[in-house]
Design a binder for this molecule. Structure first.
Ligand SMILES: [Ca+2]
Ligand SMILES: [Ca+2]
Length: 321
């Protein structure tokens, strides 16, 4: 590869490259990534010509595959970075990225043959296929993209301030057999972004505050929380949930409108926790607090705390979104 072809290769990589003829493969034809052993690249620089390599046999092999130069995979990494510190100032040792090079070869080469030949060279630590990456899984719910309405999941202005939901969704988008109990002001079980209308996603639930069987939300907070946890996602409607697919169990703990119209009753919460854990609810969410001047007012002897302990011992995960 001449220096003239280097910009072409860069453009190829940046625009998605020439993927393998197999439509389901992400392999980039005509490119291998090579990690040279220490001291085997004469000068620490990028790009390199084959004459910058110490072993003539490696030069000959690369040349036979149509390669005449390469450039660094990670030019921002210098060899001295191998001995580094973390954010706390503790000494850490990093993988040396300074000797990884992108080497362009003829795209008619059989990649297995190339890798086998290069790996056998004593000056090469590793030689691997270059592969394209796919964009993270992204649902189509409009609020995820409308300004920063769901900044906690996807924050393009301050990327470090979200929970990296996009990356997590590549691995897991939730499971219908996981039930999340929502202890709150109730849940609007008729909301179309929570249940398709057949109560297949939102279970009947219980109203521990008004002690009846109807946990309809009387304060909106619980419906919002349920949506954050498990709104139907990738349906092009309203919002995205952290779990695209889970089952919601409404556990209303808000008292009667008079006199406790704005309160979540602690005993109702306690009973709801106990009930949820007794029926095997995997996750119990309580987006509620009882903090005065920054200090939680519940003592460890409070029955609510004990109910939490019991639920934990039972195997429930307790949390707050
Ligand atoms: Ca009710
Ligand atoms: Ca949605």
């Amino acid at each position: 590869m001449s220096r003239r072809t280097l910009p072409i290769l860069l453009a190829l990589l940046l625009t998605g490259g020439s993927a393998s003829a197999e439509t389901d493969s992400l392999t980039i034809q005509g490119v291998v990534l090579v990690n040279f052993k220490l001291g085997e690249v004469v000068q620490d620089k990028s790009p390199i010509a084959l004459t910058d390599l110490s072993q003539i046999s490696t030069c000959n092999i690369l040349e036979s595959f149509g390669c005449d130069s390469g450039f660094k995979v990670a030019p921002s990494f210098v060899a001295a970075d191998t001995n580094s510190t973390n954010y706390n100032g503790d000494a850490i040792r990093l993988y040396d990225m300074s000797r990884w090079y992108v080497m362009a070869i003829s795209d008619t080469c059989d990649i297995e043959t190339v890798l086998e030949a290069l790996t056998a060279q004593s000056d090469i630590d590793t030689a691997i296929q270059a592969r394209l990456l796919r964009p993270s899984t992204l649902p189509d719910d409009p609020r995820l993209y409308n300004g920063l309405q769901q900044w906690n999941l996807r924050n393009t202005s301050y990327p470090g301030k979200d929970i990296h939901a996009e990356g997590a969704w590549d691995y897991n988008t939730g499971r219908a057999d996981v039930t999340v109990g929502i202890i709150d002001t109730g849940v609007d079980y008729n909301h179309p972004d929570l249940d398709p209308g057949d109560r297949s996603r939102v279970l009947p639930g219980i109203d521990f505050g008004e002690t009846d069987a109807d946990p309809m939300d009387t304060g909106e907070h619980g419906t919002d929380v349920a949506g954050i946890v498990g709104a139907i996602t990738d349906n092009g409607f309203e919002m995205a949930g952290v779990m695209w697919d889970c089952t919601i169990l409404p556990l209303k703990a808000r008292g009667p409108l008079v006199p406790f119209w704005h309160l979540i009753l602690p005993w109702a919460v306690t009973d709801a926790i106990n009930y949820a854990s007794s029926v095997g609810t995997e996750v119990i969410n309580m987006s509620i607090d009882s903090v005065v001047d920054g200090v939680p007012v519940f003592s460890l002897k409070d029955p609510l705390v004990m109910a939490c302990y019991n639920a934990y011992m039972r195997g429930a995960v307790l949390g707050s979104v």
